[in-house]
Write a protein that binds this ligand. Structure first.
Ligand code: FMN
Length: 413
């Protein structure tokens, strides 16, 4: 991987020689581009020595520009990583300005851009910095960190640059590098639903649930890393879109149902990770409902069952459901597996201390003739494990002449 490492003028720049070494250890070619302020913190000579390439810093350097123009540099990059990223460079990137080499090549590149912010905790919490972070995230930039801990200024809080090892691990991971063309799911299409749905009561109120979408988004990224074409149909969440997925945003269960069936024809694997509202108000009021009575009753009607409707298709894809339950997890999951005629079900307990909105998750996966338990781990790791298992079961059943006979006994409905 060719990485343009942009270094801006924060105190954490002293860690960049180590970051360069960590990236190179993982097989990356690193071309450094420094801002003028960065040169106050770390010398180009040290960085040239560890990167093995001349340092670029000046947009108006005629010789360097003749050797490799900033546009060529922008094309050369498989990834632009800015570490540390100062509050100032975040502002320049958010505004779309290009007064220096680093910001100019950020505008000129088609490569993904990742930044590792590093600054004093009060600076990081400043609304202007947070607004810029959100803008950059919305545009698809990966924001790595910052970390929480003691800072060079003597304070403690959020704002430290992530450890060079952690940054190097993150950007050199398969999910970050994009799908592998020879991944096991290359040529296959995976459709994932994720997040909650919102069922309107009136123009200002709705019924929803605690789903954060993190599990579904992690599964979409893991499917992409295995080489699949990924369609992600997402309810309202505040997560960054996973790279490589075609993301369709919806709000209600009915919209998610329609968006799924519009795209299902060419799908090989359907993974229903969304927490779809089972019920919705029978009628959404056109005007805000006023506070006139002591009690009020909402009539709810069943929402369409997206999972069952896909599994019931004549030419149904390999269909994986999720069962998030607070009790009798295994029993309910088995019932869902059989009643909805699924190929696989991923069961997990949800409650005050686990499941929705947590970064870690455990799961029990059940299918006709087998099962596998995953201990609690980060959702990204769990998603990678689940996708490996789903891909293996997909090929085992869809590649064979006949489907294995159902051998799970004592299923309760
Ligand atoms: C000693 C010192 C340390 C600094 N550390 C940081 C820092 O950690 N993060 C940050 O955002 N700005 C920091 N600054 C401020 C930036 O250097 C300043 O905003 C500069 O204009 C950034 O320019 P650049 O983004 O083009 O590199 C520091 C300034 C000084 C003098």
């Amino acid at each position: 991987m060719n990485i343009v490492l942009g270094i801006s003028g924060g105190i954490a720049a002293y860690k960049t020689p180590e970051l360069v070494r960590r990236l190179r250890e993982r097989g990356a070619d690193v071309q450094i581009v420094m801002t003028a302020s960065a040169e106050e913190f770390v010398t180009p000579t040290s960085l040239q020595a560890v990167s093995g390439r001349p340092i670029r810093s000046n947009l108006w350097d005629k010789e360097a520009e003749a050797a490799m123009s900033h546009i060529e540099l922008a094309r050369w990059a498989d990834l632009v990583l800015i570490a540390p990223a100062t509050a100032e460079i975040m502002a320049r990137l958010a505004s779309g300005g290009a007064p220096d080499l680093l910001t100019t090549l950020c505008l000129a590149t088609e490569a993904p851009i990742a930044i590792a912010p590093a600054m004093n905790r009060v600076m990081w919490a400043n609304p202007a910095v947070q607004a810029n972070r959100k803008t950059l995230e919305k545009r698809g930039m990966q924001i790595l960190g910052p970390d929480h801990g003691s800072q060079a200024c003597g304070e403690t809080g959020a704002g430290r640059m992530l450890d060079p090892d952690v940054i190097a691990d993150a950007v050199c991971s398969p999910e970050f590098a994009g799908a592998s063309a020879d991944g096991v799911l290359a040529g296959k299409t995976v459709l994932v639903t994720a997040g909650p749905t919102r069922e309107p009561i009136d123009p200002v109120r709705y019924i929803t649930n605690r789903s954060s979408g993190k599990m579904g988004y992690a599964i979409a990224a893991a499917a992409h890393a295995l080489g699949a074409r990924v369609i992600l149909i997402s309810g309202p969440v505040s997560l960054q879109e996973p790279r490589g997925a075609d993301v369709v945003h919806v709000e209600t269960a009915e919209e998610m149902h329609a968006a799924t069936h519009e795209r299902i024809a060419d799908v090989d694997i359907f993974i229903a990770a969304a927490a779809v509202s089972d019920y919705r108000p029978s009628e959404a009021s056109a005007q805000k409902i006023k506070k006139t009575k002591d009690t009020m009753t909402l009539e709810l009607v069943r929402s369409p069952d997206i999972l069952a409707s896909v599994a019931a298709l004549d030419d149904a894809p390999f269909t994986v459901g999720f069962a998030a339950e607070t009790e009798n997890v295994r029993e309910y999951a088995l019932g869902k597996l059989v009643n909805k005629n699924l190929d696989m079900i991923v069961a997990n307990r949800v409650g005050a201390d686990c499941g929705f909105d947590y970064d870690d998750n455990a799961a029990e996966v059940l299918w006709s003739g087998g099962e596998k338990a995953f201990d609690k781990m980060p959702k990204s790791e769990l998603a990678a494990g689940l996708m490996d298992l789903i891909a293996a079961r997909f090929f085992a059943t869809r590649g064979a002449e006949t489907q294995p006979a159902l051998s799970i006994v004592s299923i309760k409905e």
